[in-house]
Design a protein around this ligand. Structure first.
Ligand code: HEM
Length: 157
């Protein structure tokens, strides 16, 4: 009858710690998923996202670039690379923030190399349009070289 009175509740062993432990145990995997999700999603800069789009097109192109029958598909993938080249050229790599007084110089160099990369993409497009498979393969390889160089110079690990 008085079981609901506050003093009775106070005399019972406090269930509070037990409940908290259970809640905590349930929360740990949930928190772990949140943390991993944060690392995977939260760390992406706008530039990394655009580079990701470029990467998808670049990798797809590897499989079809030597096949003149896939000209239309190849040109579409090249258009994706062109678009992301233009957008990323206007962005600042994360590394720019660490350059101090040399930031302007760093960004000028970055823009110049992006412009060079853009020219290589144009050469690739022209080769594919003209059905020149050998020139297309060479231009595709050039993209890979410029990517490597660009990442070495401007990409923070
Ligand atoms: C075929 C060409 C290229 C591909 C497929 C490509 C791919 C990628 C990918 C997938 C990332 C994201 C990596 C991550 O999430 O950590 C990235 C980042 C980056 N790339 Fe490229 N990339 C290419 C060309 C270039 C060029 C030519 C440059 C510079 C001249 C460049 C500069 C960078 C920079 C600076 C980052 C880091 C982004 C940031 O600082 O926020 N990339 N690239």
């Amino acid at each position: 009858m008085t079981s609901h009175a506050p003093h009775d509740v106070a005399r019972e062993p406090n269930p509070e710690p037990k409940l908290s432990m259970k809640a905590l145990k349930n929360f740990i995997p949930f928190a772990a998923v949140l943390c991993l999700g944060g690392v995977a999603l939260g760390e992406d800069t706008p530039m990394e996202k655009e580079m990701g789009v470029m990467n998808t097109a670049y990798k797809a192109l590897k499989k079809s670039i030597n096949d003149p029958a896939q000209k239309a598909e190849n040109l579409k993938l090249i258009a994706d690379i062109k678009k992301t080249t233009e957008s990323t050229a206007k962005m600042e790599p994360k590394m720019a923030a660490d350059q101090g007084a040399k930031k302007a110089e760093f960004l000028a160099k970055y823009k110049a190399e992006m412009a060079e990369f853009g020219k290589a993409v144009d050469a690739l497009e022209a080769a594919v349009k003209g059905g020149d498979t050998a020139a297309a393969a060479a231009a595709y390889a050039k993209l890979g070289e410029l990517k490597k160089k660009g990442h070495e110079e401007f990409k923070k690990d």
